[in-house]
Write a protein that binds this ligand. Structure first.
Ligand SMILES: *Cc1c(COP(=O)(O)O)cnc(C)c1O
Length: 367
């Protein structure tokens, strides 16, 4: 089945005599013993979570998925599954919450090197005998850097390391890292999967059910950072329209990126769909669309960038991304003093409003 069909028909496990068209929310925390192959206790498994995991695994072309209570919980589960003393290679530009997880929660337990993943030789140079995990995020947050997943996967295999990819920005509509050589895919389902800025969630998908995946399942079940049945229900519901929403987000992002590229008040635009983007060729070789996030720097500094944000009406000044509404944020202000993000950079999550209205609003704000 094709993506759009899977998105609608997986993630809907119906076993009721009344044959509802939509799977109900199963609130029961416990289940009668003796239901062969069924669930026992909701932290370890729930019918709504099973449905959600099934649809996410299918869309990412994996064999199994594990749902978590947030994207950060999902990413952190991968780090928790590593042996103490393992070394991670991670991107210098990545979601700051997972960067914080690596450096704040695993200090003295795991070693981490942050490198420019768009340069393969940097990744190779960072390899150590105890390198167990290469963590990739492409396109990256907030600079939209592109990593060649196939090339890094070759490197990971050569050194016996696991390759995990945060696929939140691309979504499986535009990129399937498992088909490009990754072993694990991670999502913040708070973003495009949820799509309406009202659910927190995360997921991991695996290419193989191996010992490492078993450890991740143990972290999920024993650690207990699992989503509620209602959250799983709403996520499975949102995923049914993911393909159509992503087409809209990417189309609108391209229009905004082109508009910004031609504006005299704009210094630089970061969007992998633009031919001028240094990662465009690699992005085009591994993605079927370029996503809905556009970053740009405003001429001047933080003050000039803040001024643009304050004049916007449709683009709300708020963190997060992936919802139907357009959001804008000056990332350096959120990421703190040691960020590499330029102070005048604005990140836009381009929503599904009509692009005429979006461009008109941006036009009056840039002046
Ligand atoms: C938001 C985000 C995360 C973290 O997800 P939460 O659901 O907020 O915990 C991880 N990676 C990326 C790329 C994100 O945008």
């Amino acid at each position: 089945m094709k993506f759009e069909t899977l998105a609608i028909h997986k993630g809907n496990l119906i076993s009721d005599k009344n044959k509802p068209v939509v799977q109900p929310i199963t609130l029961s925390t416990t289940f009668e013993h003796g239901n062969e192959g069924g669930v026992l206790y909701t932290r370890a498994g729930n019918p709504n979570r099973l449905a959600l995991e099934e649809v996410i695994a299918a869309l990412e072309k994996g064999v199994d998925a594990a749902a978590f209570s947030s994207g950060n919980a999902a990413g952190t589960a991968v780090f928790q599954a590593l042996e103490a003393g393992s070394h991670i290679i991670a991107p210098d530009d990545m979601y700051h919450g997972l960067h914080n997880s690596m450096v704040m929660l695993f200090k003295g337990v795991l070693e981490v090197s942050f490198v420019d993943m768009s340069k393969l030789e940097e990744v190779e140079k960072a390899m150590r005998p105890n390198t167990r995990l290469i963590w990739v995020e492409t396109p990256s947050n907030p600079l939209l850097k592109i990593t060649d997943i196939r090339a890094v996967s070759t490197l990971a295999k050569k050194h016996g390391a696991i390759l995990a990819c945060d696929n939140t920005f691309a979504t499986p509509v535009f990129q399937n890292p498992l088909l490009l050589g990754a072993d694990i895919v991670m999502h913040s389902s708070t973003k495009y999967f949820g799509g309406h800025s009202d659910i927190l969630g995360g997921a991991l998908v695996t290419k193989e059910k191996n010992a490492f995946w078993e450890k991740i399942r143990t972290v999920q079940k024993v650690g207990g950072a699992v989503p509620s049945p209602a959250d799983c229900y709403w996520l499975a519901r949102s995923i049914r329209t993911l393909a159509y929403r992503m087409k809209g987000h990417a189309e609108h992002a391209m229009i905004l990126a082109e508009y910004l590229s031609n504006h005299t008040k704009v210094e630089k635009v970061f969007y992998p769909g633009l031919k001028t983007h240094p990662g465009h060729a690699v992005a085009a070789s591994q993605m079927t669309g370029f996503g809905g996030i556009v970053s740009f720097t405003v001429k001047g500094g933080a003050k000039e960038a803040d001024e643009v944000v304050s004049k916007l009406h449709l683009f709300m000044n708020a963190t997060s991304l992936g919802g139907v509404e357009s959001l804008i944020e000056r990332r350096a202000a959120v990421e703190g003093p040691d960020t590499l993000t330029p102070p005048n950079l604005l990140r836009v999550s381009v929503g599904l409003e009509h692009t005429d209205d979006l461009l008109e609003d941006m036009d009056q704000a840039l002046g």
